[in-house]
Design a protein around this ligand. Structure first.
Ligand code: NAG
Ligand code: NAG
Ligand code: NAG
Ligand code: NAG
Length: 441
């Protein structure tokens, strides 16, 4: 009897130990990744923030603003000059830290992380760096012929992001994103549902291969183009669920195999984000708050052409919503107007005192409506100005005004300090990588 009791206690302890071990190492039992250390613990920076004390975000689940990149000069230019400068102003550091997933074998990436980490206090944003090993099956790197090795790796990497990021929400961004306004809770969640935006883009040729690839991976067509807004907020377990679905649907045992099998059939590009959101649309619709702009076409026709029976869009899926960021690489702004308008709109009517120089700069923008919050890029004209907001629709305009009423209160409470000194800090950090940004304002 005694030995049976002891045995039971030992078993429980063993199970606990295994769970604690898996929890600490962030490795999921039974997954193929376990051969490789998923996270370089030595370089792990404190992931938790103290935002629970800030009332505005207290009910927002933990989140990681996530970026998959490598320290290449072309990417670093956008990372520092567009993303990091705007991020330090407009992304509330109490809301989440920044998680950067890098190439494990790249010395440059380790150096980049090391130099950047030094600035986190000055920038007021905590950072975590994760190092992803090369895929075990190197055929991943050449699977999709139209793409370089690096790009194949990055695309593939999206499917295993949940192995690195442990927070319930992954807020996905690219290196070439530019924030255009302070981000509020309302921009992220509607109640407890994550906001998603889509835009009619099916007339572009690349949508065909994105759609084909999505169908081959998950068996469902894209209901819209989701690659039209940032950050893309995804429940972390949607990524896990989507991957498990892919394994079943493609009939393979690892996501590497799926990527190689389907990627090698591809003639154009692919979009993992569209795969996740399409999966979410068909399988987890209730967990997200959908804002899909179908253009000026007919809804009945649209549903027939792009949706599966029983999943048709209705008016509740099509309510306008604004953007907090745009795609800097494809948003031309030769006169650098957007940053100035954005900053002026953010400080306008707040208790912040700004320098005389800034006051003068803002003078011409008095009363200006920030329509840019309904734009994503202007090279391919991805915006809602001639659809949702055509003829400067009043409801779009009041949405913009309401947003700024909200941000003003938060600025006054100190949630954002809009301190331009942080811009100088980013520029200094960029210089270490021989990158010179043009003036921010
Ligand atoms: C991380 O947290 C520990 C205590 O939990 C603290 O000593 C350390 O300074 C923190 N590091 C950073 C970079 O914030
Ligand atoms: C960064 O992390 C440290 C340690 O957890 C915390 O004290 C600090 O408040 C965090 N900073 C921000 C801006 O959230
Ligand atoms: C799935 O793959 C296995 C082995 O690779 C094969 O035996 C099986 O027939 C396949 N199933 C389907 C439905 O194609
Ligand atoms: C503005 O857009 C909303 C939502 O698309 C629509 O319901 C409303 O009728 C539009 N108003 C005008 C004046 O066009």
């Amino acid at each position: 009897m005694k030995s049976r009791k002891l045995y039971a206690v030992m078993s429980i302890l063993t199970v606990c130990f295994i769970y604690v071990y898996y929890f600490l190492t962030n490795i999921q039992p039974g997954c193929r990744m376990k051969a490789a250390p998923v996270q370089d613990r030595m370089s792990f920076i404190n992931q938790t923030t103290n935002r629970m004390t800030i009332s505005h975000f207290k009910d927002v689940p933990d989140m990681t603003l996530t970026i998959r990149m490598t320290a290449k000069p072309g990417l670093l230019f956008f990372f520092f000059c567009a993303l990091l400068r705007s991020l330090t102003l407009y992304w509330p550091s109490q809301l989440s830290h920044l998680g950067v997933i890098l190439d494990k074998e790249s010395e440059l990436d380790h150096k980049f992380a090391k130099s950047l980490r030094k600035y986190q206090e000055q920038l007021g944003i905590n950072m975590s760096f994760f190092y992803e090993p090369l895929p075990q099956d190197e055929r991943v790197l050449t699977a999709a012929k139209p793409h370089s090795r690096g790009y194949n790796r990055q695309l593939y990497s999206s499917f295993i992001m949940d192995k690195f990021i442990s927070t319930p929400i992954v807020a996905l961004i690219d290196t070439d994103v530019k924030f255009t306004t302070p981000v509020t809770r309302e921009n992220i969640l509607n109640g407890n549902k994550l906001r998603v935006k889509g835009l009619y883009m099916f007339h572009h040729v690349w949508l065909k291969t994105w759609d084909t690839f999505t169908e081959k991976m998950i068996g469902k067509p894209m209901p819209t183009d989701f690659m039209t807004f940032f950050p893309m907020y995804i429940w972390r377990d949607t990524i896990t669920n989507c991957r498990n679905h892919i394994l079943k649907y493609v009939n393979v045992s690892t996501i590497e195999e799926a990527y190689i099998k389907i990627g090698s059939q591809l003639t154009g590009s692919m979009s993992p984000s569209n795969i996740f959101m399409t999966y979410a649309f068909y399988f987890e619709k209730e967990r997200y708050d959908w804002h899909i702009d179908i253009g000026n076409g007919n809804l009945k026709k649209y549903n027939k052409l792009h949706l599966l029976p029983g999943h048709e869009l209705t008016s509740v899926d099509m309510i306008p919503d604004l953007h907090v960021a745009l795609h800097a690489k494809t948003h031309h702004d030769a006169e650098n107007i957007v940053n100035r308008q954005a900053y002026c709109a953010a400080v306008d009517g707040t208790v912040l005192t700004v320098e005389q120089k800034i006051k003068q700069m803002c003078e011409p923008f008095k009363g200006h409506v920030m329509w840019v919050l309904f734009e994503f890029c202007n090279r391919n004209k991805q915006d809602h100005l001639t659809t949702w907001c055509k003829a400067k629709n009043n409801s779009c305009e009041s949405m913009i005004r309401e947003h700024y009423t909200n941000t003003r209160q938060l600025v006054n409470k100190g949630v954002y300090n809009l301190d331009l000194k942080k811009i100088k800090v980013v520029e200094e950090a960029a210089k270490l990588h021989a990158i010179t940004c043009r003036p921010f304002l």
